[in-house]
Design a protein around this ligand. Structure first.
Ligand SMILES: [Zn+2]
Ligand SMILES: [Zn+2]
Length: 152
C-alpha cells in the first residue's frame, strides 16, 4: 500500500514554490522592463494567492543565483532586476513614478570620451526624465516615444 499521507506536505510546498517562481518569471517577461522587488509583489500578488515580500525576495535571489535575472543598479534607489541575456541597452528613469524603462539602443560613442591609452571596458547610461504616462500623454505604450537623445 502506498503511504501518500507522508508525501503530501513536501509535495505541496514544492508545487507552491514552483508555481510562485513560474508566476514571478512571467511577471518579468510580460513587463519587459527592470522591476524592483516591491513592483514584483504588486504585479504578482493578483496571480499568486498569499504571495508575500519574503517570498518575492527569496525568489529574486534564487533566479539571480541561477543567472536568469541580473541586477540593474540605480544610484540612490533599490536595485531592479531584469531578465539576463538581453542585447546591450540602457535605461530611462522616470523621476515621478520611479519606473525604469528599457531603451532599445545605444547611440552614445563612449569610446570617444576615453583618453588615449585608456581602455574602455563598460559603460552605463541612465536617462532621467518623465515617462509618457506621468506626462499625461496618451502614447504611453509606444516605446519609440521615449526620448533616446534627451536634449533638455
Ligand atoms: Zn512615470
Ligand atoms: Zn551603450
Amino acid at each position: 500500500m502506498m503511504r501518500i499521507d507522508k508525501q503530501t506536505a513536501p509535495d505541496k510546498t514544492l508545487r507552491r514554490d514552483t508555481q510562485q517562481r513560474r508566476e514571478i518569471r512571467q511577471v518579468f517577461q510580460s513587463n519587459d522592463r527592470p522591476l524592483a522587488a516591491d513592483e514584483v509583489l504588486r504585479l504578482a500578488h493578483r496571480r499568486v494567492a498569499g504571495l508575500g515580500m519574503a517570498t518575492v525576495y527569496r525568489t529574486i535571489k534564487a533566479l539571480t543565483a541561477q543567472g536568469w535575472l541580473v541586477p540593474v543598479e540605480v544610484p540612490g534607489a533599490p536595485p531592479r532586476y531584469e531578465v539576463n541575456g538581453k542585447a546591450h541597452h540602457h535605461h530611462f528613469r522616470c523621476l515621478k513614478c520611479g519606473k525604469l524603462y528599457e531603451l532599445r539602443a545605444c547611440r552614445e560613442r563612449p569610446g570617444k570620451l576615453v583618453p588615449p591609452a585608456f581602455r574602455l571596458v563598460n559603460h552605463v547610461v541612465i536617462i532621467d526624465g518623465f515617462c509618457a504616462a506621468c506626462e499625461g500623454k496618451k502614447k504611453s505604450t509606444r516605446r519609440r516615444a521615449l526620448p533616446m537623445s534627451a536634449n533638455p
